[in-house]
Write a protein that binds this ligand. Structure first.
Ligand code: C2E
Ligand code: CA
Ligand code: CA
Ligand code: CA
Length: 279
């Protein structure tokens, strides 16, 4: 028994050492990535359901390692957050995104861009100044910038979130509540949050393919509630024609997902948009 226990314990510590080594390596690689400009932006188009036009896109971060391997943000953003680097990377993303969008605006092809902010960025006291500086440096109109914050990050400190988001909205920037429905006290706080858009989480959209009518009812309720609060509704993670048809029937405003378009680089975004909007 005792020997068995020792063995298990032995495996356990060995495991932990491996985990620590992996983590230290990842952190070092991320510091290198920052220095060597290995971060890139991709854009996922979003369609306006009523007009069937692409008028906006979400900016998504990618890490392309020197060997060409693409790492998704789900793997490294939590690490950047723990390392305290997410605020500087997030600021870089925001500035780059504003510069791109300002170039499109100057070419007479305005596309609204949505930038994801982490909870740590929302808690930065100078966030409104950072956003102002990005707008001023790039020359982008504030109406063409939307900031996406998860429901969970907004509810971490509700009164601070409300004052920060109000300051941003006063500048003319749009605010979106991301991953809606995955947090807790959603409904109670929805009315108080200064926002323009609600993004229904992919999990609810996937359920629309089942034959259970209650899944459709949940999405219908979210859309009605959002419209009652004057929020525009975006459905994310649309992968099937059936999902698109249902959310169209339910009065959803915008759709985003692999069925419509995958995340792509900037030249592809412009050609995709042109082809799509001139059909
Ligand atoms: P998110 O904000 O919910 O972004 C949507 C994610 O869903 C993206 O994953 C996108 O590629 C993926 N997606 C889009 N359409 C579909 C679909 O039809 N089906 C499925 N299964 N997935 C779809 P991605 O790019 O891996 O990003 C993951 C998360 O990382 C994002 O989730 C966001 O929370 C975070 N993230 C991405 N870029 C940034 C950034 O610049 N800053 C911060 N703070 N977070 C970011
Ligand atoms: Ca998002
Ligand atoms: Ca989301
Ligand atoms: Ca998500």
């Amino acid at each position: 028994r005792c020997k068995d226990h020792d063995q298990k314990f032995g495996f356990f510590t060995e495991d932990l050492t491996l985990q620590t080594q992996h983590r230290v390596k990842l952190e070092n690689q991320l510091r290198q990535a920052l220095l060597h400009k290995e971060f890139h932006l991709v854009f996922q188009p979003r369609i306006d359901i009523a007009t069937e036009q692409i008028n906006s896109a979400e900016v998504l971060l990618r890490w392309i390692k020197p060997d060409g391997k693409v790492i998704s943000p789900g793997e490294f953003i939590p690490v950047l957050e723990e390392m305290g680097l997410i605020t500087s990377v997030g600021e870089w993303v925001l500035m780059r995104a504003c510069i791109y969008a300002s170039q499109w605006q100057k070419k007479g092809q305005p596309i609204k861009i949505s930038v994801n902010l982490s909870a740590k960025q929302l808690r930065q006291p100078n966030l409104p100044d950072i956003v102002t500086r990005c707008l001023e440096t790039s020359g982008l109109s504030p109406e063409l910038l939307e900031l996406e914050l998860t429901e969970t990050s907004m509810l971490e400190d509700v009164s601070h979130s409300i004052s920060q988001l109000s300051l941003l909205r006063d500048k003319g920037i749009r605010i979106a509540i991301d991953d809606f429905g995955t947090g807790y006290s959603s409904l109670a706080y929805l009315k108080q949050l200064p926002a323009d858009t609600l993004k229904i989480d992919q999990a609810f959209i996937q359920e629309l393919d089942s034959n259970d009518p209650s899944d459709r009812n949940i999405v219908q309720t979210i859309i009605q509630l959002a419209h009652n609060f004057n929020l525009s509704v975006t459905a994310e993670g649309i992968e099937t024609e059936r999902q698109l048809e249902i959310i169209r029937q339910l009065g959803c405003n915008e759709a985003q997902g692999f069925l419509l378009a995958k995340p792509m680089n900037e030249p592809e975004l412009l050609t995709t948009r042109h082809a799509f909007n001139s059909r």
